[in-house]
Design a protein around this ligand. Structure first.
Ligand code: SF4
Length: 262
């Protein structure tokens, strides 16, 4: 995903959501380091030391190689404490999650509207389908979390990633009460092909080790997304990215489309 130059990653190893298609899992499994039953917990003091070195105006991303709102957050509270510290240091944060814990009232009380940004990921609108390949909150709960954050006035986006046309009921998607959506089309390799039961023959564009849909098909898929004022497409294929940037993306300078400046 392309993100603001000043955005950094605060990442850790392992994730109990254990999404079958997870990119981090594909890397760590290979090295025998993926342990979803007992994911490692970030060291708060170490994180604080890293935060202390960040220049003003930085936005850190929470949720790169793991999810910062796994169920164990309810006990160890690392994310809660780090958000409070980021607020104190006036460092911005982009929270990317598949968990509805993000909208629990105790967290809503501490987010700073000038610093906090949210992308809540959905991969399907079908709860029964999602439980077959993700152990996170079901999509209907994630949608409720998006709507709650939006209603409270936070900078929140639906993150449709990966966008798999066959997995989406567009009536449900377009009815989500939120004005921003970020889209990343599925990119396919051997790892991905194991997990999604779809027709891969249309993925004919090869780029950087992945197979992609042709731009013409992507454009047709995008026409079905009508319920949002601000659309943004993040993209790896250079030619496709140029098209989205010039014709679709709400903010041509930042495909993450974060609301900056409060
Ligand atoms: S929530 Fe994100 S980091 Fe966690 S398993 Fe799923 S894809 Fe991987």
């Amino acid at each position: 995903m392309q993100i603001s130059n000043k955005t950094r990653h605060l990442s850790d190893v392992g994730c109990s959501h254990d999404c079958k298609y997870c990119y981090a899992k594909s890397l760590l499994n290979f090295r025998g380091l993926w342990n979803p039953q007992n994911p490692s917990i970030a060291n708060i003091e170490k994180l604080k030391r890293k935060i202390n070195k960040l220049p003003k105006g930085t936005i850190v991303r929470l949720g790169g190689m793991t999810d910062c709102f796994q169920p164990l957050e309810l006990y160890n509270r690392v994310t809660y404490k780090i958000i409070k510290y980021l607020n104190k240091k006036k460092i911005g944060y982009l929270i990317v999650t598949k968990s509805s814990i993000v909208s629990n009232d105790e967290y809503l009380k501490i987010y700073d509207k000038n610093l906090a940004h949210f992308q809540i990921t959905i991969t399907t609108t079908d709860d029964n389908k999602s439980v077959q390949y993700e152990k996170a909150s079901v999509p209907s709960e994630r949608i409720k979390a998006i709507e709650k954050l939006y209603q409270c006035g936070f900078d929140v986006q639906v993150r449709l990633s990966p966008f798999i046309y066959e997995y989406i009921d567009f009536d449900i998607l377009n009815a989500i009460k939120c004005d921003k959506i970020l889209i990343e089309f599925l990119r396919v390799n051997h790892w991905i092909k194991q997990w999604f039961n779809i027709d891969y023959s249309k993925y004919t564009v090869k780029h950087a080790g992945y197979e992609h849909l042709p731009l013409s098909i992507k454009k047709e898929c995008l026409k079905k997304i009508t319920g949002f004022n601000q659309i943004s497409v993040c993209e790896d294929v250079d030619e496709h990215f140029e098209y989205w940037k010039n014709n679709v993306n709400y903010n041509k300078k930042d495909c993450c489309n974060l609301k900056l400046g409060g």
